[in-house]
Design a protein around this ligand. Structure first.
Ligand SMILES: [Zn+2]
Length: 389
């Protein structure tokens, strides 16, 4: 038994600016009591505690700190063991920011599955390999399917080892023209088939899609979660709210391109386009919150300039900039994704599994304190997080 005393806390739904004592017995929370009571065993004190954070979209095999595009493309041929080392470093960075669960959004090499198999404290949901159309965007994370039979066989095969099914529905954004490259990869009928096959095998679906046309196909086909979703519309948001389609808006990778244009060689015209894309995205995320769309926080860590761990904290600050409250923002990175994915709750209540992020300062007092994670607890494991300033 061990007692944790925090000066303020967020239980997964609500914030309370008053002390709480949490007794952890083995893997479970035995008691949650208002006030400061050193009930049992050794006592840990912190300024703020909440359920362990969740990053809903990352790529564990990629180092977001690598900005050299040639080095990034050479890395695609690196030996698996080197990629696993990169993955392990990314796990350490992730935990050091108070994150206890990530959903990996695809890699072709199986690093995501490998890390899931060996990671003790960080819980990894792994999509394994995603699906894409032949010769289309996504070679580093997806396998090609052309016919319906290939789709059925691929989903059956992926379902053997993956927790979720990732689909590459569109290309990436061409920042110079300010639009999405190419037509959607799968039409409504093919994507419906994928969603149906995935459900038959008990998998939820999440789709890389940006551009109004591609998002419309994904929503029409009944995908569970739209990833990125740049060039969103009000009409699509209403539909997503109605049918319960989640949205992971991943500001971080685009924001990096805007903030550090020299890293990608962008000129002033492209910077203006990037700024306009981000402004529209902020407005749509704000509208999504008003309409009741399930907004989930995901960083796309591993993308150029988006480091694991720190990328999610940036993403939380972008959601706050859209006008979401701190409670809404923290729900989007804790209780909501776990509920949508049918994962066990990590809310702080008696009987729940101990899955906590401890902070040395309260983010409700100052959002900059989101960088002050000091320790994470998952089950019986207590891991000291490096305080990052
Ligand atoms: Zn991604």
């Amino acid at each position: 038994m061990r007692t944790l005393i925090a000066s303020a806390w967020f239980d997964g739904e609500r914030y309370r600016d008053s002390p709480v004592s949490i007794v952890v017995d083995g893997e479970r929370i035995a008691a949650v009591t208002p006030g400061e009571h050193a009930v049992a065993g050794p006592t840990t004190q912190c300024a703020f505690v909440m359920p362990g954070l969740v990053d809903a979209h990352c790529h564990l095999f990629l180092d977001g700190g690598e900005l050299d595009f040639q080095a990034r493309s050479r890395y695609q041929d690196a030996p698996l063991e080197l990629m696993m080392e990169v993955g392990r470093d990314n796990v350490a960075r992730t935990l050091s920011h108070g994150i206890t669960m990530v959903r990996d959004a695809g890699d072709r090499y199986g690093v995501n599955h490998g890390i899931r198999g060996e990671s003790k404290v960080l819980e990894v949901r792994s999509a394994g390999e995603a699906l894409r159309r032949p010769q289309r965007y996504g070679s580093f994370m997806a396998r090609e399917v052309s016919s319906d039979d290939e789709i059925r066989a691929a989903v059956r095969d992926i379902a053997r080892s993956s927790d979720d099914l990732k689909i590459i529905e569109t290309g990436i954004i061409d920042f110079e023209s300010g639009s999405v490259k190419g037509a959607p990869q799968f039409d409504v009928e093919s994507l419906r088939l994928i969603v149906r096959c995935a459900r038959e095998h008990g998998l939820r679906t999440f789709a890389h899609c940006s551009g109004t046309e591609g998002i419309a196909v994904a929503v029409e086909a009944g995908i569970d979660s739209v990833e990125h979703g740049f060039f969103m519309t009000e009409e699509l948001l209403r539909r997503m709210a109605d049918q319960g389609t989640a949205w992971v808006p991943t500001f971080a990778p685009v924001h990096f391109q805007w903030r550090r244009p020299e890293a990608a060689g962008w000129g002033p015209d492209t910077v203006l386009k990037l700024g306009a894309i981000l402004d529209a995205h902020r407005e749509h995320v704000a509208r999504a919150a008003q309409l009741g769309v399930d907004l989930v926080a995901g960083s796309d860590a591993g993308s150029p300039g988006v480091e694991h761990g720190a990328g999610l904290i940036d993403e939380l600050r972008f959601l706050l900039e859209c006008g979401l409250s701190m409670e809404q923002t923290l729900r989007a990175a804790s209780s909501l994704p776990r509920r949508l994915w049918g994962a066990g709750s990590a809310d702080i209540r008696p009987g729940a599994c101990a899955n906590l992020a401890l902070f040395s300062a309260d983010p409700f007092r100052d959002p900059a304190n989101l960088l002050q994670a000091s320790e994470v607890v998952r089950g019986a494991g207590w891991v000291r997080a490096r305080a990052v300033s």
